[in-house]
Write a protein that binds this ligand. Structure first.
Ligand code: GUN
Length: 293
């Protein structure tokens, strides 16, 4: 039986800590952190995510601004919005919700964001600073996972960490963070991906497995060793008529098989997901306090 890493409860603790900080800032007459979110188009999932982020701001007492644009906005117009946010002294940090419509270059928009306001941590300057172990905004999901490992006091030094997945925003930064000379970190890291042969043979050697490949139920019981720490980043929507929404969220880990063997495990939902949102709030607080540069 594994210890369940409760991301929902940990995220609430973080929000409470931040709310307390905001009260202190207010009491001392300091500026209240202000997050802006840019949403382009009508994608349902993106709207839900952005609304969640704005609600989180409200909950902790941050100021928030939501800038919504029609899917037909031109790239030049969107770049102008980004420039305005860069120059607006009221805004401490902001995000441009992805994906963007196809006629807009995500790369161009990301690179236009002032790295000091890039609370998503997607700008190449922030990625580079993270690699060099300089203060940087770390993207929300990896930052949230690092918070979970730290707050559950999970030993990482000298451990073998297997990251499954090599995406820009989760797998790759996770592998870098876990190999850095820090806590959490100091691991020997192996990255597995779609071209890796015998992933199960490799993951079975891991003390810590981070599954971030986006395939529901991929990690089976025979692919982990007894006592392993298992972090499930997957959130795949699968049809489920018994749910009001018509779908259920499934992780990359087959929970029923892996949980009895694992030492620690994050559930889906209620594990990494809520921590991603809490990490964005932490980054916004850091941006307001100019602590990441
Ligand atoms: N789309 C899905 N996840 C994210 C995120 O963390 N940040 C942004 N900007 N867009 C996303």
């Amino acid at each position: 039986m594994a210890i369940i890493i409760d991301g929902k409860a940990t995220a609430q603790i973080i929000r409470d800590e931040i709310a307390e900080k905001v009260l202190e800032l207010r009491k001392n007459g300091h500026k209240i952190p202000h997050l802006a979110a840019v949403l382009v188009g009508n994608d349902g999932a993106s709207q839900t995510y952005v609304n969640g982020k704005v609600n989180d701001c409200r909950q902790v007492g941050f100021e928030s601004t939501l800038k919504k644009f029609d899917a037909g906005i031109s790239e030049a117009e969107l770049l102008k919005v980004v420039e305005e946010l860069n120059e607006d002294p009221e805004i401490d940090g902001y995000i441009v919700q992805l994906p963007l419509p196809e006629h807009i270059s995500t790369q161009k928009v990301t690179e236009k964001i002032n790295p000091e306001k890039d609370v998503d941590g997607f700008h190449p300057v922030n990625v580079g600073r993270m690699v060099k172990n300089l203060p940087a905004f770390i993207s929300a999901t990896p930052f949230g996972i690092m918070q979970l490992l730290q707050r559950y006091k999970i030993e990482t030094e000298g451990k073998h960490c297997v990251v499954i997945g090599r995406s820009d925003i989760v797998g790759t930064p996770m592998a870098i963070l876990m190999s850095r000379k820090t806590y959490p970190g100091n691991c020997t890291v192996t990255v597995c991906h779609s071209r890796t042969k015998n992933i199960g043979e490799i993951s079975k050697e891991a003390d810590i497995v981070i599954a971030a490949l986006g395939k529901a139920g991929f990690l089976r019981g025979d692919m982990v060793k007894e006592g392993a720490v298992v972090i499930d980043v997957g959130i795949t929507r699968v049809q489920d008529a018994s749910k009001k929404s018509g779908y259920a969220l499934k992780g990359d880990v087959n929970f029923e098989e892996v949980e009895p063997k694992a030492g620690y495990i994050t559930p889906v939902p209620g594990g990494v997901g809520p921590m991603t949102r809490a990490a964005l709030l932490l980054n916004t607080l850091l941006a307001a306090q100019k602590k990441s540069y």
